[in-house]
Design a protein around this ligand. Sequence first.
Ligand SMILES: [Zn+2]
Ligand SMILES: [Zn+2]
Length: 374
Amino acid sequence: MRQKRDYYEVLGVGREAPEQEIKSAYRRLAMQYHPDRNPDRKEESEEKFKEITEAYSVLADQQKRAAYDRFGHAGVSGSSGGPDFNSSIFSDFEDIFGDLFGFGSVFGRNAAARGRGAGAIDLRYDLEISLEEAATGLETKIKIPRWEACRICEGTGARPGSNPQSCPTCAGRGQLRHQQGFFTVTRTCPQCQGVGHIIRDMCNQCKGEGRVNTERVLDLRIPPGVDDGTRLRVAGEGGVATRGSIPGDLYVILKIRDHAFYERRGNDLYFTIPISVSQAALGADVVVPTLRGEERLRIPEGTQSGSVFRLRGLGMPTLEGRGRGDLYISVFVVTPTRLSRDHRRWLEILAPFVRISNLPLERRAAEKVKDVFG
Ligand SMILES: [Zn+2]
Ligand SMILES: [Zn+2]
C-alpha cells in the first residue's frame, strides 16, 4: 500500500481550518471527483473520492481530528475509509439496526453524533450470498435508490451562475435565538430551514431542493471471510437529507445462504458422511468435497460411528486475511438393511467374533460422544 497523504493536504485546507471550511472543501472536492462524474477516469477518481471522504470523516469529527493532530494516521487508523468491516465501529448502531428492515432508513442520530451535520442519510442494503462466495470474496453491482446532491447546481439549489443569498431572517446563522426569562432558546430558522441561505433563482433540475432522487448502481467488493450479519460500510455512498449536506454512508448487511451440507461455526466448517460397516471395520480411503475441490480422507481401520476427522486449513478464510479455519468431518456407520440370505449367513458367521457387552455407557463417556457432535 502506498503512503497515505496528509488529510489536511488532501482537502486543501490549513491545519487551523474551522469546521465549516473543512465541510465546504469536502463538498467541492466530492462533487469534482465523484466517480460518476468522471466516467472516463473512473478508477482514478474513485481512489481520489475515497481519499477525500476518508480525510473528511476524520477531520469533521472533533475527537478523531484531535487524535489525528497528535498522532497522525496512526491515531485514527482503522476508523474510516473504504469498505470497513471492523465490527466495533458498528456497535453504536446495533440498537437502531434492530428496528430496521428494507432500505432507505435514516440514522439521523448517528449522523449528528459523527459530526457530519444532520443532513447525512445512512442507507442499509441487504445482500444475500452463498457460502462459497463468502469464502472467495465477490465483486458485484448493487442498485441503490437514494437522494443525492443535484449535479446541475452542485447541491446548492441555486441556478448555476446565481448565488444563494444569506437568509435575512437569521442573518445566515440558520438558527434564531430569543431570550425567555433566564434562558436563551434556540430554534431552527423557519425561512431557510437551518441552511442559512435562501435561493431566489432556483435550479431547474432539482427545483431548488439541491438534491435529486435517483437510482445508482455501485460496484461492491466483498472481502473473503465475511459471515452472516457482517456489515460493510461504504463511506460517502449514502444519501443527502437537505440542500448542501454531506452524503451519509451506505451499510451493506450480508446474509449467507444455508448450504446444502456445510455447517459453519466461526471459521470452521462441518459436515457428516455415511460409511459402511466394512469401511469402518477395515479402513478405507474416501473422497470428500472441500472448498478447494475434492480431497482424500483416510478412514482408519476400526473407526467408530461418530468419529470426527479434521482437515486443517480447509475451513473458511479469516476476514483479517490471515489463516483459515478447519474442516471437520464426522462419520456415521450405516447398518446394512434388507439382507439377502447369503449376506445374513456371512454376518452370522462373523457374529461370535464381534461380540460386545451391551451395557449402558457411563454417563461421562456418553457426554463425550455428545461433545464431539457439538
Ligand atoms: Zn439543482
Ligand atoms: Zn434563516
